[in-house]
Design a protein around this ligand. Structure first.
Ligand SMILES: Cc1cc2nc3c(=O)[nH]c(=O)nc-3n(C[C@H](O)[C@H](O)[C@H](O)COP(=O)(O)OP(=O)(O)OC[C@H]3O[C@@H](n4cnc5c(N)ncnc54)[C@H](O)[C@@H]3O)c2cc1C
Length: 417
């Protein structure tokens, strides 16, 4: 088992990477999958996975879906407790790392314990962005990031309750669909002129508007919250939304305090190479907290989705174990709202949009083409096409817009072209 305590830093020059003492800070999707991948890659040194949450590592996507909806919700754990022991990973839950020293190669926990490392992986993820207008509001205001938030919110979504959702992003829209499923009366307030504005697709915005309106959600786009009263929310334009509860989903911020202590560039996330390495020797980062160059977006960006947290972490773990593995898959995520499945790959906002299928009927594909390449795509209730879009975006295969615009042209034929 891993050794804790004040172990003296070792001479790193001669160290075999497979025997390094590895500390992973953050026991979410990225941290947990990295620990598994290190062992799978043959890492023989100690692995300590430190997480501040009290739970065993679990999957977050269910927090705005099954946990809110199912009669008997069960958290999806990444592994059961004995399986972490079998893997010889020392899992420290309810343990917050408060200090990191890159020279001494030590991290310090809130309880005073110190852990020595040869290699450090930061998978500290993100925290919710708070809406200061609703701090100290005389109305219950909730945020959704962790298991505790989801279980508490679930209790509050009672039939007939009026729920105001601030933010028409993925979390807000999924909670809207769960709340309506549980008999609540829902109003969605989005600052931009359409729902899911981050994706930058007019057809998706139109579809979501129609989807949520058809389930009796009230939708206010172009609205921002000025303040709360005990009876609801006042918007900037003077409108009043009666509400018993507000759920804020206005984005997240990377948790970078430790990276800053380590002297890393962490203005918008912890900058990493395609192998997860930061600018500091032996210090890596992955998942929501990591900022990597995105080919599909032509810029440095943090990717906040499940697939990236898992796969970037696995590639980084392999590199830490001495098998340099580059990761540059285009971002991909899904969202489930009511009975609709929405998937997005790459950068739909970056090119010309071609829509195939029927937006009004809720079954369509949106393809974003730039300079003869597919750089992004969206499927709505058309998951099979997403497999093709993911391959097109990743491969950068040349495509002809005229083919894609032709409804009779089978999408998968673009792969052969
Ligand atoms: C409600 C919700 C629904 C989602 N739905 C989807 C979806 O449908 N599809 C999709 O693709 N993605 C979805 N996501 C996004 C996806 O879950 C995240 O991208 C993924 O969980 C990120 O994993 P991570 O390990 O990088 O970060 P996190 O999951 O944020 O884990 C980081 C962990 O590090 C811990 N930590 C931070 N600092 C410290 C410290 N100093 N000491 C110890 N521990 C620390 C945190 O407490 C946390 O447990 C959803 C996210 C949420 C919140």
């Amino acid at each position: 088992m891993a050794q804790h305590g004040k172990a003296a830093p070792r001479e790193r020059m001669t160290l075999n990477p497979q025997q390094a003492r590895i500390v992973i800070v953050g026991a979410g999707q990225a941290g947990a999958r990295a620990a598994e991948a290190l062992r799978a890659a043959g890492h023989r040194g100690s692995i300590t996975l430190v997480g501040e949450e009290e739970h065993l590592p679990y999957e977050r996507p269910q927090l705005s879906k099954a946990i809110l909806i199912d009669r008997d919700p069960n958290p999806t754990l990444i592994r059961q407790s004995p399986e972490w022991n079998e893997l010889d990973v020392a899992l420290l839950t309810s343990s917050r790392v408060v200090a990191a020293d890159g020279q001494k190669r030590i991290v310090g926990l809130a309880n005073g314990q110190e852990l020595a490392f040869d290699c450090l992986l930061l998978t500290t993820g993100t925290r919710v962005r708070r809406l200061i207008e609703l701090d100290n509001a005389p109305l219950p205001v909730r945020y959704l990031r962790g298991m505790g938030d989801a279980l508490a919110l679930r209790e509050e979504l009672q039939p007939g309750r009026r729920v105001a959702l601030i933010g028409g992003g993925v979390v807000g829209l999924e909670v809207a669909s769960a709340a309506i499923g549980r008999g609540c009366l829902v109003t969605i307030v989005e600052k931009a002129d359409r729902l899911l504005p981050q994706i930058g697709s007019a057809s998706l915005g139109r579809y979501l508007q129609q989807l949520h309106a058809s389930r009796d959600a009230e939708i206010i786009c172009g609205g921002s919250v000025r303040q709360a009263t005990s009876r609801g929310l006042e918007l900037g334009d003077g409108r009043f939304i009666p509400a018993d509860l507000a759920l804020v989903g206005v984005g997240v911020e990377p948790v970078t305090e430790l990276a800053r202590q380590l002297g890393l560039d962490a203005e918008r996330g912890v900058r990493v190479t395609s192998t997860g390495a930061t600018a500091a020797d032996g210090i890596f980062a992955a998942g929501d907290v990591a900022e990597q160059w995105s080919r599909s977006h032509d810029r440095w960006m943090r990717v906040e989705n499940w697939a990236n947290a898992q796969n970037q972490a696995i590639a980084t773990a392999k590199s830490m174990a001495g098998v340099s593995t580059a990761y540059d898959a285009p971002p991909w995520f899904w969202s489930d709202q009511y009975d609709a499945n929405i998937q997005v790959v790459g950068n739909p906002a970056g090119g010309d949009e071609i829509v195939r299928g029927d937006v009004a009927a809720g079954c369509f594909v949106s393809i974003s083409v730039r300079d003869g390449e597919v750089i992004g795509g969206i499927t709505v209730n058309s998951a099979r096409d997403m497999a093709v879009l993911r391959r097109l975006v990743a491969s950068r295969k040349p495509v002809r817009k005229s083919d894609l615009e032709n409804p009779a042209f089978e999408l998968k034929r673009s792969l052969a072209a």
